[in-house]
Design a protein around this ligand. Sequence first.
Ligand SMILES: Nc1ncnc2c1ncn2[C@@H]1O[C@H](COP(=O)(O)OP(=O)(O)OP(=O)(O)O)[C@@H](O)[C@H]1O
Ligand SMILES: [Mg+2]
Length: 252
Amino acid sequence: MSDIIRVEGLTKRFGTHEVLSGIDLNVRRGEVVCVIGPSGSGKSTLLRCINLLERPDGGAILFEGQDVTALPASRLRASIGMVFQQFNLFSNMTVLRNCMAGQMKVLHRSRQESEDKARYYLEKVGMLPFRDARPAQISGGQKQRAAIARALCMDPKVLLFDEPTSALDPEMVDEVLGVIRNLKGSLTMMIVTHEMAFAYDAADRVVFMDEGRMVEEGAPRDLFLNPRSERTRAFLKRTMRGIGGQVVPVSP
Ligand SMILES: Nc1ncnc2c1ncn2[C@@H]1O[C@H](COP(=O)(O)OP(=O)(O)OP(=O)(O)O)[C@@H](O)[C@H]1O
Ligand SMILES: [Mg+2]
């Protein structure tokens, strides 16, 4: 597998606050990378730099060998899609129109082609029956599945997920994680998540971030069951409280 994304020495500051302090991370084509770490460690900022929602201050981010800052942002965001915690659907449009708008505007697809693709992906995430609903009329889990379909309609090569289940009621988490799990193998994914059992089960590799640095990375088994760094161990201990300090692999 070749690297589809290379992050080299990435730094990002907000004012005097250095939020990313030299991140090096390569993601292979088709790989599923889960990013974990405490609040404020820079996980969202890392994803936002990769698809240029934030401008990096130093280092480089390469997508298929090209410096992302040299690519037009709209083209980059079609190739590297993003799914947000708060869904970010257009509230004044139906689910179907949400899935068509970007295709027509950014990719200049015809209405018919956009609708066909939208229906295809809505079906895939189980949302075709809700195509005429507006976001306010559907549940959080349904909104997030619609948002995932909308991102897929752009034929991205990479999908970035920023805590895709954090805004959901517990009973809706599994339906969304199940959709994400089903995408495995069809595209490259980077997923910031607090769902440790999901990361353990679905990731090819897990990255632990703390205070703007990548502290440790490895296969889920190694990182969760045998962390090398004391900081990783302390974080996992806090996070796993309640499930006996052990990751329980689950299949939603
Ligand atoms: N636009 C911004 N302006 C100023 N500071 C920011 C901005 N965005 C993020 N920060 C700060 O950068 C740091 C890292 O934020 P980031 O959102 O990347 O963390 P995170 O790991 O995603 O945290 P969480 O788990 O809470 O989502 C935090 O201290 C945050 O307050
Ligand atoms: Mg965040």
